[in-house]
Structure formats: structure tokens, C-alpha cells
Design a protein around this ligand. Structure first.
Ligand code: KG4
Ligand code: ZN
Length: 336
């Protein structure tokens, strides 16, 4: 049987990425052009800057992805693209590029939800077994997503305010760490300890929602009050204490929801899934509390935004009949 080759575009935020994925599970190429160096000096992603980068990069990335995969356009089965959620101008670049390829080569166009892409990154590691639960932690989202079957998503818990990654980035700014600060806080935490005992918001509440803005405020107040007294607090301890609070709440609620829903598999996904302490804490919580729960977490390079995860999701969505016409539009606030 001829392999199903999907050319997948991702441009929802600050990485332009194009991948070729075979049969939804095998990465033939995954080219990622990051804009971190341009966005760093603004302390965050400036939408207009992001769009301009995508315009410059998208064709180069697509050609590079095709070359690395060793395929021609005639070999492709379909073209897939992230159409939301994300920055509208950024999304539109990927959507336009994908449409152009689909039109020029008469290929089906598969629309993909970015968050579904994060979850399906796990499929590049091993087969998914339903029903499953996904803890989706990124710069824009913090969600517990229940999947009864392939392509079926139900949000069980959500953040009431800041997303987990957003909290990492905001707290990092207070510590003078360059954007995005998640990885730097992760590294700094290894040199410190949880000495500040920041609040664990909503940890005991009988729901699966999260809140991180109170933690952020507590952190900022702690640092500012110390500054006013001319005191210097340990950055590694601050980082470790913040991170411990985030992880504590994420893990407590995730373990509880897995039990309540009786799932056999847990997927950790999104940019914050790259966090080393979160990965190991979740591994030990499962070992101790629910050893039969199968834990799937993509390798770090597949946790942050990339085209391969969009190709993996597209393969599932295509089998379920998902198709877009050439009037496909970006949907910045797309939900499951
Ligand atoms: O999924 P992603 O690449 O983009 C979005 O869809 O938002 O996630 C980016 C987020 C950023 O907030 C970044 O600081 C965070 O993921 N992040 C981390 C780590 N690596 C990236 N947060 C904590 N620890 C990390 N090692
Ligand atoms: Zn993302």
C-alpha cells in the first residue's frame, strides 16, 4: 500500500514549521524556523512581527520539508494546516500557503485545531488508547481534555485566568529572564528549593479548573517587597518555589481526573510539557498512585509548536472526514 504522506503547516504563534508525516505516525521531516531571537527583545510575541516572519519563512520551510523528506508534490496525499487558535495574522500565513499547495496540486486540504495537534504529538511516540485524558499546558492554554475516541475532545478542566506557560513567562520577566522564560525557570529551579511556599490555588476544589494569576501576584509581591527592603532573594529558590506550586496543582488535579474518568492513558502535551520537573513529578505520581495508567509524553522537541504534530492530528481528522475548501479562514479563538 502506498504510504499516506501529509504536508503539514503550523504558524499559529512564533514558530513557522512545515513537516511531512507518513501514515500519521512517522516523521519524514519537521522543519522549524523559530523567531525567538527577534521576539526576545520585545519581551513577548508582537503579532505584526510574527506575521512578517511567517511570510519570509513559510515557503523556505515548505521546500526544505519536501527536500528532507525526499518527496515531490505528486507523492502527497493531503495538505494540512493549523487554522486556530492563535494569532490571526500568523495563522493566515500558514492557511494561505497550505491553500496554495492544495490548489496547485489538487490535494485535499485538512483543517487542524492547534490544540488537537499538541495532543496528537503523542501519537508520534506510541499508539493512543481510548478513552484517554490529556493535560494540555501551553503558553495560551491549560486544559484537561477527555477523549472518548479518536477526534473526540471534551474539556473537563480549564484555567480561570492565566495559562501555565503564560505564568512561567510573566514570572520570568520579574526575574529578568528573556522571553520565553519557561525553559530558564526549569533550569534555574534545579539550583534552588521550594522555600517560599507560594499558594496552591484551587487545589482542594471539587472541580478540575486551574488559576495561576494569584500565584503570579504572590510572586511579584514577594519580589517587590524584598526589593523595597533592600533584600536580595535567591532567584533559584524563587524559581523552584513558583514551579513547585504550578506542578503541585497540575498533578493533583490530573491524577484526580484520571481516577474519576477511569482512563487507561494520560497524555502530557503543549510547550510546558517540556518542563523536566513536571515530567518527572507526573511519572512518580503515576508510579505511586496509579501504576496501571499508561503515561505518554512526547520528546521535548515535539512539545513546543511544530508541523509534525499537525500532520499527526490531520491523519486522524482526515480519516474522520475532515476537509476544508479554499475559503478556509483562520479562527483565532477556535475551541474544541
Ligand atoms: O505550545 P507552545 O510552544 O506554544 C503555545 O501554543 O502557546 O508553548 C509555549 C510555552 C511558553 O509559555 C514557554 O515558556 C513554555 O511553553 N515552556 C516551558 C518550558 N519550555 C517551554 N515552560 C516550563 N518549562 C519548560 N521547560
Ligand atoms: Zn502550541
Amino acid at each position: 500500500k502506498k504510504p499516506e504522506l501529509i504536508l503539514a503547516f503550523e504558524s499559529s504563534c512564533d514558530e513557522t514549521s512545515v513537516a511531512v508525516v507518513e501514515d500519521g505516525v512517522k516523521i519524514r521531516s519537521n522543519v522549524i524556523a523559530s523567531q525567538i531571537n527577534s521576539q526576545k527583545r520585545f519581551g513577548g510575541v508582537v503579532p505584526e512581527v510574527a506575521s512578517r516572519h511567517h511570510v519570509e519563512q513559510v515557503t523556505l520551510c515548505a521546500e526544505e520539508a519536501m527536500t528532507q523528506a525526499g518527496v515531490t508534490y505528486g507523492d502527497l496525499t493531503a495538505v494540512a494546516v493549523t487554522y486556530g487558535p492563535g494569532l490571526v495574522g500568523a495563522l493566515l500565513i500558514g492557511v494561505s500557503a497550505a491553500k496554495a499547495v492544495a490548489f496547485a496540486h489538487q490535494l485535499p486540504l485538512i483543517p487542524v485545531n492547534h490544540m488537537a495537534g499538541h495532543i496528537y504529538a503523542a501519537r508520534l511516540v506510541k499508539p493512543l488508547v481510548y478513552p484517554l485524558m490529556a493535560l494540555l499546558v501551553s503558553g495560551g492554554h491549560t486544559e484537561l481534555v477527555y477523549m472518548r475516541g479518536a477526534g473526540e475532545f471534551e474539556i473537563i478542566g480549564d484555567t480561570r485566568d492565566d495559562a501555565a506557560g503564560e505564568a512561567f513567562d510573566k514570572v520570568g520577566r520579574v526575574l529578568n529572564l528573556a522571553y520565553p522564560a519557561g525553559k530558564k525557570i526549569d533550569d534555574l529551579s534545579k539550583l534552588g528549593q521550594d522555600t517560599f511556599n507560594f499558594p496552591r490555588a484551587m487545589i482542594k476544589d471539587a472541580n478540575y479548573d486551574f488559576s495561576f494569576s494569584g500565584l503570579k501576584s504572590a510572586f511579584i509581591n514577594k519580589v517587590h517587597n524584598a526589593e523595597q527592603r533592600g533584600e536580595k532573594l535567591s532567584k533559584p529558590d524563587l524559581a523552584a518555589s513558583f514551579q513547585a506550586s504550578v506542578i503541585d496543582v497540575l498533578i493533583t488535579k490530573t491524577m484526580r481526573v484520571c481516577q474519576a474518568y477511569g482512563v487507561g492513558q494520560l497524555v502530557l502535551a503543549g510547550g510546558v510539557a517540556a518542563n523536566s520537573a513536571l515530567r518527572s513529578a507526573l511519572t512518580s505520581a503515576i508510579d505511586q498512585e496509579d501504576p496501571n495508567l499508561d503515561f505518554v509524553v512526547p520528546p521535548i522537541r515535539l512539545c513546543s509548536d511544530n508541523g509534525a504534530m499537525i500532520g499527526a492530528a490531520a491523519h486522524v481528522m482526515m480519516a474522520r472526514g475532515a476537509r476544508a475548501d479554499l475559503d478556509l479562514n483562520a479562527d483565532p479563538s477556535l475551541s474544541f
